[in-house]
Design a protein around this ligand. Structure first.
Ligand code: HEM
Length: 165
């Protein structure tokens, strides 16, 4: 395969990874702290809308990272048979990245995002917090953050694997 095509795929891979990882991390360290001092009803509305809007793009970026990662390792890379995956250092790292990347994406879509929507769609919980009883909401948000941290651990593992490749 032409070198230019390999380079173009690598650029797309890195750009999509920036969107996927950077997008999710930015919501956590940039958007959430910025809206935390607003009243709880506004917070709920902004964060729910933001997540509902960005979810499809973040999922698409994650799927694109995995797809381009597969191409970079196989079509443009040294993996051409099952032996290369099982019996070479490159193949082992690539397979680990493929598994970690897929699990991270599935976790984000089916666990993290679902739990986020459950908590942020629960209007009663937010109204209760608005009227002074913040404890149940606080507990629910801690739960969301813990589930999201699994995704962050997946990102960190992937970054480490990319350095090893
Ligand atoms: C957090 C997600 C990811 C990030 C930030 C990321 C980042 C990168 C970066 C920066 C490179 C360039 C490395 C270099 O040229 O030395 C790269 C290359 C590559 N990535 Fe990823 N990547 C991610 C996920 C994945 C996944 C899930 C796979 C496997 C399906 C994968 C497979 C590859 C392959 C095969 C290469 C080419 C390595 C080579 O042969 O030089 N990446 N990635």
């Amino acid at each position: 395969m032409p070198w230019e095509l390999h380079q173009a795929t690598l650029i797309v891979h890195i750009l999509l990874a920036i969107m996927w990882v950077g997008g999710i991390l930015f919501i956590g360290w940039g958007v959430y702290p910025a809206v935390r001092n607003m009243n709880v009803v506004t917070q709920r509305e902004i964060l729910l809308r933001l997540m509902q809007w960005s979810h499809k793009y973040l999922t698409g970026a994650g799927a694109g990272v995995i797809l381009t990662g597969i191409l970079l390792g196989t079509v443009f890379g040294p993996i051409s048979q099952w032996y290369d995956v099982i019996d070479t250092r490159y193949g082992n790292i690539w397979l680990t990245a493929l598994i970690v990347g897929t699990l991270t994406l599935l976790w984000g879509v089916f666990v993290g995002y679902r739990q986020f929507c459950n908590v942020f769609s629960n209007v009663e919980l937010w109204e209760q917090a608005d009227s002074g009883d913040r404890k149940p909401l606080f507990k629910a948000l801690i739960n969301v953050a813990l589930l999201e941290s699994v995704e962050v651990a997946g990102f960190m593992t992937l970054l480490y694997l990319m350095v090893l490749l």
